[in-house]
Ligand binder design. Structure first.
Ligand code: PMP
Length: 401
């Protein structure tokens, strides 16, 4: 008799579980629109050419060894990551007010930031948007923070509930932490406009709310790395403090390499240096130090002007393919005369469309059409191709009529 016989079967992760179900389906028609990973027009995972090239260079360099990185990771990677997100001319970087530590992709960066805040910040409450990426509440709860939500999405317009957002942040206690998706909000694909960001910034600064940006899709929303960092740069430009979790999973296609960084922008260089010393105390007992390979790929690409340019071209091609899938799906629904206003498919941005389909409709599409997606009606546009759009449009049409 096992000493673990009382252990109950845990439910499958709501997002990764979609892929588990998909893998079990023998139908040749099956389509996985659940997980947020880029696929080519042929439905295959993509390794960027520039990533292959960087890996080749790393392999060929016999002077490279597999020693441990420092606790904070690869120094060059950290510096280049800060430059990428805050801008090459960022005064905060110039004034040494930013500390950047390499972490395990976006998730690990959020967790290290969350644990630091639980230990050292006077307010333990973090506000996250409703809805948000399903891992956010778990990450921050386990970090030791207390999670509350602010209104974000309006089902009626399938757009931003800006008034609700401002009211909820307006009534949050002074000093509370606020999680913001830097761009391409997951799962809704709905972002504030720049004018709205400016109003959010003013409100947050007036109440001393602490911004914690999650940047998992820089370059993926618009195809342009600077455009997608604008929200963050507005908050840094005012001289105030903020946290940023960066992921290279999507924009460099390095999902399984787990490459990311946490940056903390502080008021002074002195504070930044003390914050970094405490971040090391979070990391050391958690994973000791981060992996070397993925960070070396990123650094190789970011520090070389030609490789950087090549990356931006490949990144834009991914973003453009996603945008063209939006147009094709929208046109296919219109061609079928599918009832309802589907313009949100082309208005929403980034990897996902929040279709507005309900749980029953999603279950119907999975059962009858072998289309796999999360039960909240979110579909990954990156998993679609010109060949599969008609099948999806047929399924949506059947689900709503
Ligand atoms: N934040 C958001 C909003 C995401 O969508 C994701 C990926 N699904 C992440 C963070 C973290 O991803 P990763 O840990 O793979 O970088």
């Amino acid at each position: 008799n096992s000493v673990f016989s009382h252990v109950v079967q845990a439910p499958e992760d709501p997002i990764l579980g979609v892929t588990v179900a998909y893998n079990k389906d023998p139908s040749p028609l099956k389509l996985n629109l659940g997980v947020g990973a880029y696929r080519t027009e042929e439905g295959k995972p993509l390794v960027l050419n520039v990533v292959r090239k960087a890996e080749q260079m790393l392999v060929n360099d016999r002077s490279r060894v597999k020693e441990y990185l420092p606790i904070v990771g690869l120094a060059e990677f950290n510096k280049l990551s800060a430059k990428l997100i805050f801008g090459a001319d960022s005064p905060a970087i110039r004034e040494n007010r930013v500390t950047t530590v390499q972490c395990l992709s976006g998730t690990g960066s959020l967790r290290v930031g969350g644990e630091f805040l639980a230990r050292h910040y006077h307010q333990r409450t973090i506000y996250i948007p409703q809805p948000t990426w399903g891992n956010h509440p778990k990450i921050f709860t386990l970090s030791g923070l207390s999670v509350k939500t602010y209104r974000y999405y309006d089902p009626a317009t399938r757009g931003l509930n800006f008034q609700g957002l401002m009211e909820d942040l307006g009534s949050a206690p002074s000093g509370a932490i606020v999680l913001l998706h830097a761009c391409a909000h997951n799962p809704t694909g709905v972002d504030p406009t720049l004018q709205q960001w400016e109003q959010i910034r003013q409100l947050m600064r007036s109440k001393a709310l602490l911004p914690f940006f999650d940047s998992a899709y820089q370059g993926f929303a618009s195809g342009n790395l600077d455009t997608d960092a604008q929200s963050i740069r507005m908050f840094v430009a005012d001289g105030g403090e903020c946290f940023v979790a960066q992921s290279y999973a999507k924009n460099m296609g390095l999902y399984g390499e787990r490459v990311g960084a946490l940056s903390v922008v502080c008021r002074t260089a002195d504070v930044a240096s003390r914050v970094e010393s405490q971040l090391k105390l979070v990391t050391r007992p958690m994973f000791s130090n981060p992996p070397i390979h993925g960070a070396s790929i990123v650094a190789t690409i970011l520090k070389d002007r030609n490789m950087y340019n090549e990356w931006t071209i490949e990144l834009k091609a991914m973003a453009d393919r996603i945008i063209s899938m939006r147009k094709e799906l929208f046109d296919a629904l219109r061609a079928r005369g599918t009832p309802g206003d589907w313009s949100h498919i082309i208005k929403q941005i980034g990897m996902f469309t929040f279709t507005g389909l309900n749980k029953e409709q999603v279950a119907f599409m999975t059962r009858e059409y072998h289309i796999y997606m999360t039960s909240d009606g979110r579909i990954s546009m990156a998993g679609l191709s010109s060949k599969t759009v008609p099948h999806l449009a047929d399924a949506i049409h059947a689900a709503v009529t």
